[in-house]
Design a protein around this ligand. Structure first.
Ligand code: AMP
Length: 282
């Protein structure tokens, strides 16, 4: 696996690959890789001739300094995992390389309603920072396919909008969430949880599953299920839920009918670590 740190080196490498007609797959990450990330890499290796992964802990998408300062870094292990998964190129830029003119935001990108709710409401500035770096990376890599995880459901919807706004023809492939045996969605932040917190974190996916089961009852009401789920999480000592919402899976608007394609999305804090998860409801 080639490890490149400079944009111009990556651009040259990709230009040569494209001249040879190779399809390029791209997996942007913040490192501290786990099986969830590797599934994205494997999917790209399967579908594209050249797989590029980036590891960049993007400072502009962290609204909480403590979260940024404590974000896990496991670069040696990441390199090993990526090589074993068949990744061709790891792009490992410095902050200066990505933001040569400093971290100040340029014009804010406007994604409308979808970026103002849920994660957008609880993490002000997060999506703007995320979209800023993804746009920058896409302009460098110009992949045929961009692989993103369902784990960050709202994020991939916003990136879908970003791709529409940009002039490059990149397809977005959403890869289902990879979970621990316990049901807990894999996340780099899980490494910051102690044994008791890990046990508690399983309640997130349990609550999502329970909501899904309840929805199968024709008499069940969406609002009541949602409220019950939030109250359940709130009642567990050690978990601070931020939201538990059942939304239209395409627009993230509040659904009018149970027959719409639905997704439940949740965010909680456990011992100061913020975790998110989601599950399709029908
Ligand atoms: P991150 O490093 O957290 O920014 O994630 C990089 C990519 O991996 C994003 O597209 C995430 O949605 C995806 N990802 C993270 N965790 C998982 C998981 N458990 N299953 C599938 N994809 C994931």
């Amino acid at each position: 696996m080639l490890i490149l740190k400079q944009i111009k080196d990556l651009e040259n490498h990709i230009k040569t690959a494209k001249k040879q007609g190779l399809k390029v797959g791209f997996v942007p990450t913040m490192g501290a890789l786990h099986k969830g990330h590797i599934t994205l890499i494997s999917e790209s290796v399967k579908r594209c001739k050249l797989t590029v992964c980036s590891i960049f802990v993007n400072p502009t998408q962290f609204n909480d300094k403590n979260d940024f300062d404590n974000y896990p870094v496991t670069i040696d292990n990441d390199i090993k995992m990526l090589s074993q998964a068949g990744c061709d190129v790891l792009f490992l830029p410095s902050v200066k390389e990505i933001y040569p003119n400093g971290l100040e935001h340029k014009k804010p990108l406007n994604f409308g309603f979808i970026a103002t709710i849920l994660e957008g409401a609880f993490r002000p500035g997060h999506f703007n920072g995320m979209a800023q770096v993804v746009e920058r990376l896409l302009k460098i890599v110009k992949p045929d396919t961009l692989f993103m995880g369902q784990k960050d459901y709202q994020q991939q919807l916003i990136v879908g909008q970003l791709l529409k706004k940009m002039k490059i023809k990149t397809r977005l492939a959403m890869v289902p969430t990879v979970r621990e045996k316990s049901g807990l969605a894999m996340s780099s932040r899980n490494t910051r949880l102690d044994a008791a917190s890990l046990k508690l974190a399983v309640e997130i996916s349990k609550t999502l599953k329970s909501a899904k089961t309840q929805l199968r009852n024709p008499k069940a009401e969406l609002g009541a299920i949602q409220e019950k789920a939030f109250t359940r999480l709130k009642g567990l000592p050690g978990i601070e839920p931020e939201y538990f919402e059942i939304r239209n899976a395409k627009t993230l608007e509040v659904p009018k009918r149970k027959t719409e394609k639905l997704i439940a999305l949740a965010a909680v804090k456990i011992g100061g670590v913020r975790l998110i998860d989601n599950m399709e409801m029908n």
